[in-house]
Design a protein around this ligand. Sequence first.
Ligand code: GUN
Length: 296
Amino acid sequence: MTAKVIDGKAFAAKVRAQVTEHVARLAEQNGIQPGLAVVLVGEDPASKVYVKNKHASTIEVGMASFEHRLDASTGEAELLALIDQLNADPKVHGILVQLPLPAHLNSELVINRIAPAKDVDGFHISNVGLLGTGQKSMVPCTPLGCLMMLRDHHGSLAGLNAVVVGRSNIVGKPMAQLLLGDSCTVTIAHSRTKDLAEVCKRADILVAAVGRPEMVTGDMVKPGATVIDVGINRIERDGKNKLVGDVHYESAAAVAGAITPVPGGVGPMTIACLLANTLTACCRANGLEEPKGLTA
Ligand code: GUN
């Protein structure tokens, strides 16, 4: 079997087009423009690229983008004061503090200062609890993007065996909650799981989010399974710098029914879902109907 390639780039473009259309309607009918504030502390090169891309994408869909770049030496009190100011600003519907923060800042304290309704990353403890109890919440962008692609491919996910490899707060745990919410039978596997290959091989849906290059190989994939690769790893191969996922693509694609490539799979969905979350937050803040198909 050669797997169907799930084109995340094309899917993300479709999501962004839906967001653009809804944003235009909000302006026309309600005189409202959704706004996203992104806070970057320090000079981490990867973070600077992410923040630049987020700004450009936000503008492109017609939203307002508020960038706050702070010096690496910024103190906790100053950062918390900025978050308080953004929480109180009616033009700001979404707030994202780019992680990782410099080591002297307490990420949990900072994230939990964001008003839960504006927490478009879905990292605030209130949103984690709401998602875990099946209540309306803000949902982390990467797992939300994976869920959208899975729903699109399968229609209903009910009754399918889903295995999530990785237990991070950003991807693994919320992904498992979302799959459970769609009535999958969910297993969370991780680095200490016994017989990982055997556990993975039971999956109709296999989500790899461990941050280890090409760890999931074809012999771990059930024939016909859907494989979602969340990994983004830079490796040296044949003297070249290469981007690979957590899945060994060639061997997995030979067995799977469908697979997301790296790059061009899950990656582009993350920013698209950040924009979708900002739109959702804006609609909720104004008591307006939420966009369909863009939430969990
Ligand atoms: N750094 C890397 N990924 C993310 C993300 O999804 N959200 C935030 N806030 N920081 C990140």
